[in-house]
Design a binder for this molecule. Structure first.
Ligand code: COA
Length: 172
């Protein structure tokens, strides 16, 4: 019923509008957004979900980050239009994008969110991984896409400074 596709520049403002609808005003003031400044969301992992009429029903984005000396993906934002929530679309977006990330060789994914929701996908609290404050440590969650990928990975989460990862940009 929904078609998933990699986000393109043409989708950009529609996805932003969906996030504005689904999150509290001022979402970009959150400390997690400082990890996203001037770094594009990862192309191919950032997805849209459209209904048969082509209307945007959900979207997910990922950013590359560093955790200590290790590389990781930061999942989010993920949002489903209020009229489409509870139909499994959030789960579809998360599971599909994690499969793509694994296929592309990413070893670990983290996020800031509710364990009661993300636990069903295998996310668990990450001890010793520090998001920029103020972030509740109980909401810092991770999943390994390769065996033991989070073992020994601790430290601050910082903005990506490595070789640029191909990303989605707003239209010029
Ligand atoms: C969170 C969100 C993406 C889930 O999308 P969705 O398509 O409704 O989710 P699914 O249909 O895959 O799963 C629905 C289930 O998740 C549960 N759920 C949704 N949000 C939850 C939360 N924050 N905590 C615990 N459970 C949650 C629902 O109660 C439902 O439970 P059930 O399967 O037992 O009935 C969507 O509700 C949303 O866009 N919310 C607003 C934006 C947001 O909070 N994004 C996440 C940031 S952390």
């Amino acid at each position: 019923m929904f078609t998933l596709a990699p986000e393109t520049p043409a989708d950009w403002w529609e996805v932003e509008a969906l996030y504005d609808l689904c999150f509290a005003p001022g979402r970009e003031a959150l400390s997690s957004y400082r990890l996203r400044d001037d770094v594009p969301p990862v192309e191919g992992l950032s997805l849209t979900a459209r209904d048969p009429e082509g209307i945007l029903a959900g979207a997910i984005r990922f950013w590359p980050v560093h955790v200590g000396d290790a590389d990781a993906l930061l999942l989010g934002p993920v949002a489903v239009h209020p009229t489409r929530q509870g139909e499994g679309l959030g789960g579809l977006l998360i599971r599909h994008s994690l499969d793509v990330a694994r296929d592309r060789g990413w070893a670990r994914v983290m996020l800031v969110g509710d364990e009661p929701y993300y636990g069903r996908f295998g996310f668990r609290r990450l001890d010793g991984v520090r998001m920029p404050p103020p972030t509740n440590p109980d909401r810092v969650l991770g999943i390994a896409l390769a065996p033991d990928a989070w073992k020994g990975v601790t430290g601050p989460v910082t903005r990506w400074t490595d070789t640029p990862v191909p990303g989605v940009a707003p239209p010029a």
